[in-house]
Design a binder for this molecule. Structure first.
Ligand code: GAP
Length: 630
């Protein structure tokens, strides 16, 4: 979970020492079959990012945006299979988080909103990364992304060119260990020429003046990782992408492409509440594009500038309201039953519940066993947040955040209440009736408990007593601003995690001793872009082709299928394995009744994982495949 202000939390990848171990495998989760099931002579190798990027392009999952024009940093396009994969993930999230629940509603808000929203949320003032600028090229790098480097620090007093051009300030750069001094000088000339543009003339003619060795460094983070130029002081850099809304395109028209989908949910909270006859606790979910001008987009789609989020804001009663209604707030303990929400749950059990729900979600798409959890420490947490857990996933480049689940108190709605002047309170009849039964002593005890909690705060300023008393006065009348639990996931990261987990490569030796490297994507059938490959055994047998077309037409109304009649059946299976198709249906001579009437209208159903084959009646196919794929 990205804090709104990065400056106070420089380390995005938490130290693994603080990470709790992976959850045990979910019961019923598909286990990866031994690759030996596919060949007698196999050697698997782990996915590397290079191999994943290459497969994604080759098979139409993900392409570089604007590739024919040299690309567009941090933006990616999803090809035919990537679009299907993403759609499946999006649909599963939407179904699981909204349609299958009685207590969550959906929202589809605009990407552009009134910029006052971003002021209220804190994004205008504090949604920033700390950045450092290269003194030779002005290239920026995120302060927490500078790899430690070893080498010798060289300094020049200035640089001149024969055409009169001058660089009259000191140049400091790192000669990396093992780098030849001449190639270093050539690099420095090229970099300052690039910075100066045409004015400096040819880089090789630039003269570097008064070279001195100033230091030998080990593990230094003061030099740009690519250029080697000395980095300036760290400065905040706002990540929101600015644009203009309106014809004049002046500063008055500035707004932002949303950096998260969450704020629209907060801004529309009252409308949803008033128009949907819901009661707290309930949630609002939204899926949509978000934009961040990431300083160093990297690791393929993992950190992009345009991406999609799937966010839920789940609104709950303040713990004090739960205590008034139920007499007490149920405490969380290890092994607590999280299966069914209870009226006496406070924020802590609700937070644990959502961590559990989200874990089950990931188990349901086949990546449950590559997750880890990072519970933010009190020092990590924003002053208003009560708890935040990052669900991390094992990617080829390391274990990184997939989703954050935060207990954010009433901060967001209160901010919008304050900035918009419109109340975000709800009225709770049950609370009002329960509060009416409390004695003055009981009420005072609640107030004193809250005052003690305020006094014990180590972050932010405690609420003054008068404000606490005013808040309780409203609460005893049944009014409060709901608190929120926010599970916030990235769709692009999820797709990448699913691809990385599914990727498997092994070597196969055929009957003639020829070795071949085989790639298989072991997607869970629910997320696989193509669910079934349909193959006539031979393409020159019209009766097989006609039957195969019939089966294809039957299945494709319900499942994304791929029809293929070219090449050997083994080659066709391999092609589908490479794009992660979990099932293959082959129409053969048995199907046409040539091997006896009992096999007529049956097909061979091949399972990608394990490679086993079974005969299934065409009329039973959908009944068998649909539950496996949904
Ligand atoms: N509303 C809370 C919020 O936006 P966040 O941790 O900044 O929190 C939530 O983002 C999720 O969005 C992350 O866990 C990640 O999956 C995804 N995400 C954030 N920045 C991203 C980026 N630059 N590229 C791809 N996904 C990103």
């Amino acid at each position: 979970m990205r804090p709104r202000v990065r400056a106070t939390f420089p380390c995005e990848t938490p130290a693994l020492a603080l990470v709790a171990g992976p959850l045990p495998h979910a019961s019923g989760q598909a286990t990866r079959p031994s690759p030996t099931a596919m060949s007698s002579d196999t050697k698997t190798s782990a996915a590397s990012m290079e191999k994943i990027v290459s497969l994604c392009k080759r098979r139409g999952f993900i392409y570089q945006s604007s590739e024919i024009y040299g690309g567009c940093g941090g933006i990616w396009d999803y090809g035919p299979l990537g679009a299907e994969l993403k759609r499946n993930l999006r649909d599963i999230w939407w179904r699981t988080m909204t349609r299958e629940r009685e207590d969550v509603l959906g929202l589809d808000a605009g990407i552009l909103m009134n910029p006052a929203i971003w002021k209220a949320s804190g994004h205008v003032d504090t949604f920033a990364d700390l950045m450092r600028e290269c003194s030779l090229t002005n290239k920026r790098v995120r302060a927490d992304h500078v790899e430690p480097q070893d080498g010798t620090v060289l300094r020049y007093s200035a640089a001149h060119a024969p055409n009169g051009w001058r660089w009259d300030r000191p140049i400091t750069a790192l000669l990396k260990n093992g780098e030849h001094i001449e190639s270093f000088r050539k690099r420095v000339r090229a970099l300052i020429a690039q910075n100066a543009g045409e004015a400096a003339g040819k880089p090789e003619e630039i003269e570097l003046l008064d070279e001195t060795k100033t230091d030998v460094v080990a593990g230094s983070v003061d030099f740009h990782p690519e250029t080697g130029g000395l980095l300036g002081e760290a400065r905040p850099f706002n990540l929101m992408l600015k644009t203009y809304l309106g014809p004049t395109a002046t500063e008055d028209d500035v707004t932002y492409l949303r950096p998260e989908t969450a704020q629209a949910i907060f801004a529309q909270f009252k409308n949803v509440f008033d128009s949907s006859r819901v009661k707290v606790p309930f949630g609002i979910g939204q899926i949509g594009k978000a934009f961040r001008n990431e300083v160093t987009p990297k690791n393929f789609t993992f950190r992009s500038r345009e991406f999609e989020q799937m966010e839920l804001e789940f609104f709950i009663k303040p713990d004090e309201a739960v205590e008034i209604i139920c007499g007490e707030v149920a405490p969380w303990h290890e092994g607590a039953d999280l299966s069914e929400p209870q009226p006496n749950w406070g924020w802590e059990l609700w937070h644990r519940y959502w961590v559990d729900q989200r874990t089950r979600f990931y188990q349901g798409i086949g990546i449950g066993n590559v997750l880890e959890y990072y519970w933010q420490t009190p020092e990590d947490l924003a002053h208003y947040a009560r708890a935040c857990v990052d669900i991390l996933c094992e990617f080829p480049f390391g274990t990184e955040e997939l989703e954050g689940i935060a207990a954010r108190g009433d901060f967001d709605l209160s901010q919008h209440q304050k900035h918009s002047g419109k109340t975000q309170e709800v009225f709770d009849e049950e609370l009002k009736n329960a509060a009416a039964k409390l004695s003055d002593e009981q009420k005072e005890a609640l107030i004193q408990k809250r005052l003690a909690a305020e006094a014990a705060k180590t972050k932010g300023s405690p609420l003054p007593e008068a404000d606490v008393r005013a808040w309780f006065e409203r609460l005893f009348k049944g009014n409060y601003v709901p608190h929120v639990i926010e599970p916030s996931a990235g769709l692009d990261r999820m797709a990448l995690a699913v691809i990385a987990k599914a990727y498997e490569e092994f070597e196969k030796t055929d009957d003639k001793g020829k070795k071949e490297t085989i790639t298989v994507l072991r997607f869970h059938p629910r997320v696989a872009p193509i669910k079934v490959g349909v193959f006539p055994l031979l393409k020159n047998k019209p009766e097989l082709v006609a039957k195969a077309r019939e089966v294809y037409a039957l299945l494709k109304k319900h499942l994304n299928c791929f029809y293929d009649e070219t090449a050997s059946i083994g080659r066709r299976y391999a092609r589908q394995d490479e794009v992660g198709t979990p099932f293959g249906v082959t129409i053969d001579f048995e199907t046409c009744g040539e091997k006896g009437p009992e096999l007529q209208d049956t097909v061979t159903l091949r399972h990608r994982d394990g490679g086993e084959q079974e005969r299934v009646k065409i009329s039973d196919l959908l009944g068998k495949l649909l539950p496996l794929c949904s």
